[in-house]
Ligand binder design. Structure first.
Ligand code: ZN
Length: 196
């Protein structure tokens, strides 16, 4: 039974995450917070907790397939409302929201589902929303070298809504713009009118 469980954990967790040590540490933290781990329903909570965090901070890699822009499409390509969740590196609490990711192709295009994969890749980790936004835009810039990139993230931070200031429903909006979407008034206005 025990070995089976470990195998499942290992399927989820890659890289240098040590789930066993994290489980022990999670148990210690819960005990220090006054949680009685002898309660049968809490027995596996440290392992579940360690496993949940391990899963949420392990990046999901993917193949960034690009294609030649044979039809010379040179207008905005935009995928809106991509749901994402990430973990705030200051409180280890989730922030949850949606991403709008667009680019104006030059000589390469990408399968549009990859834009959602890029969001997922960088959101799996300890993050701040500002860095996450910039990393998504930088990655598209370096992989596609497009004429423009625009990324907008809108998210509710549970570290702000469930604790501290307790602003339930407040959302944080960040953007990263490059090339024409940053510099051309027309492209910028089009991007923001479509991501509203
Ligand atoms: Zn936070």
């Amino acid at each position: 039974m025990k070995t089976e469980k470990k195998t499942n954990l290992n399927k989820i967790v890659q890289g240098n995450i040590d789930v066993d040590s994290a489980t022990i540490a999670a148990g210690e933290m819960l005990k220090a917070l006054g949680v009685d781990l002898s309660d049968p329903s809490l027995k596996l909570t440290p392992a579940r907790m360690a496993n949940s965090y391990a899963e949420m901070i392990t990046p999901v890699e993917f193949e960034m397939t690009t294609f030649p822009n044979d039809n010379f499409y040179d207008e905005l390509v935009l995928v809106k409302d991509i749901p994402f969740h990430s973990i705030c590196e200051h409180h280890l609490l989730p922030f949850i929201g949606s991403a709008h990711v667009g680019y104006i192709p030059d000589d390469k295009i990408v399968g549009i589902s990859k834009l959602a994969r890029i969001v997922e890749k960088f959101s799996r980790g300890l993050q701040v929303q500002e860095r996450l936004t910039a990393q998504i835009a930088d990655f598209i810039q370096s992989e596609l070298n497009p004429k423009g990139v625009g990324v907008v993230l809108v998210a509710e931070h549970t570290c702000m809504s469930l604790r501290g200031v307790k602003s339930i429903g407040a959302v944080t909006v960040t953007s990263s713009l490059k090339g024409l979407i940053r510099e051309s008034d027309r492209s910028r206005a089009e991007f923001f009118s479509l991501t509203k």
